[in-house]
Ligand binder design. Structure first.
Ligand SMILES: Cc1cc2nc3c(=O)[nH]c(=O)nc-3n(C[C@H](O)[C@H](O)[C@H](O)COP(=O)(O)O)c2cc1C
Length: 372
């Protein structure tokens, strides 16, 4: 952390391998269900959406969960990178971010597993018609909830082909110019469903203890790491706790973090829950930040914290109190693409605006942010 007291800790740079983020603010991954022609292809929407938050000052932009295969989708609108035809459209997004900002951009890679076959998020009053369903894969044939179809239990061939698909997707991500990959190992999607005892009832080496349940996600990480350029970092998002009786607890999260650390993961993105249809208890405020802090205090691995971070002051305190190394902002970025610049002003600091927007320095607003 910088000793320069004129720079709020939130706005100090942070490096992983050879990639340096200009500040500690990340745009959190958020599914937009807006792929062109429902074939996974990102389009002008993704350039505008991710580009705006890069212009908005975040040091790290993360894409939505981008699927490694068509049957790894949550909905037909999901973004994908399962085909070479996706490389060029993603490169346009990455190039826009690199050419118009100092932000770095990560691709969140995932597979929805048993959480597939959904309508677009704004069409969920009715289920997806049966004729549009695809085969869902999971560690065990346990449905996500009472109203969802059962997935098929994965066999060794499925596991090998999913691993190949992650590796091919990562190669495409590199060709598209992404600076970092985040593996989605949280929220009940495929890799997460291996880690949680609630969704993994396997009796082979991939089930049972937390060490066994971690085997498949670690194999995916290691396979991706071998082809991902040495200079570029990899993150993994986890559900640190399941918030459901019988599920993973913070002691398991420490084991998960230790196991990822042992194989060289660069940073852990600490989220929680969403592993079954059961809702987590009503938790408010920065309820996930203590999970990041506990992991960071026990295991020597950098962390990203996320969840309900609203103000620059909160984010700055998280960094200055060493609860995390990066703050991910989700809904805040939907509400305000310029969240980072506004947080800087709130902290009495000027984050350099894009050259086209320099006049924004002279804008004076009279709202709560300015008076906090
Ligand atoms: C519209 C929307 C889509 C989301 N999609 C993803 C996703 O693709 N991958 C992921 O890991 N989390 C996803 N999340 C979770 C966010 O990344 C974040 O963890 C969560 O919103 C809490 O942070 P916040 O309070 O700052 O919004 C999504 C959240 C929202 C609101």
């Amino acid at each position: 952390m910088s000793k320069d007291t004129t720079i709020p800790p939130l706005f100090t740079p942070f490096s992983l391998r050879e990639i340096t983020f200009k500040n500690r603010i990340m745009m959190s991954p958020m599914c937009m269900y807006s792929a062109k022609d429902l074939d996974g292809t990102p389009n002008e929407f993704h350039i505008a959406h991710l580009g705006a938050r890069a212009l908005g000052g975040a040091g790290l932009i993360c894409t939505e969960m981008t699927q490694i295969s068509p049957n790894g989708r949550i909905s037909l609108g999901d973004a994908g990178i399962w085909d070479d035809k996706h490389i060029e459209p993603w490169k346009r997004v990455v190039d826009f971010v690199h050419q118009n900002s100092e932000a770095k951009i990560a691709l969140q890679l995932g597979h929805a597993g048993r959480k597939g076959c959904n309508p677009l998020s704004w069409e969920r009053t009715n289920p997806l018609p049966n004729h549009l369903h695809w085969e869902m894969l999971a560690p065990s044939a346990i449905p996500f909830g009472p109203d969802t179809n059962a997935p098929r239990e994965m066999n060794e061939a499925d596991m090998a082909s999913i691993k190949d698909a992650f590796v091919s997707a990562a190669k495409r991500a590199d060709k598209a110019g992404f600076d970092m990959i985040e593996l989605h190992c949280g929220h009940g999607y495929l890799l997460s469903s291996f880690i949680s005892p609630l969704s993994n009832h396997r009796d082979d080496i991939y089930g049972g203890s937390i060490e066994n349940r971690m085997k498949f996600p670690l194999e995916i990480y290691q396979a991706v790491r071998t082809i991902w350029p040495e200079k570029k970092p990899i993150s993994a998002r986890i559900s640190a706790v399941d918030w459901v009786k019988g599920g993973n607890e913070i002691k398991d999260a420490i084991t998960i973090a230790a196991m990822f650390n042992d194989v060289g993961l660069d940073i852990l993105d600490v989220s929680s829950g969403n592993v079954t249809h059961e809702k987590r208890p009503p938790l408010t405020g920065l309820f996930q930040t203590p999970l990041s802090e506990t992991i960071r205090n026990n295991i020597d691995i950098p962390t990203i914290t996320v969840g309900n971070i609203t103000t620059g002051k909160q984010a700055n305190e998280i960094i200055s109190e060493s609860c995390a190394d990066i703050c991910a902002i989700g809904k805040g970025h939907l509400y305000d693409p310029f969240w980072s610049h506004h947080a800087a002003r709130e902290l009495g600091y000027t984050e350099p605006w894009p050259k086209q927007y320099l006049a924004a320095n002279n804008f004076r607003e009279n709202n709560d942010r300015m008076t906090q």
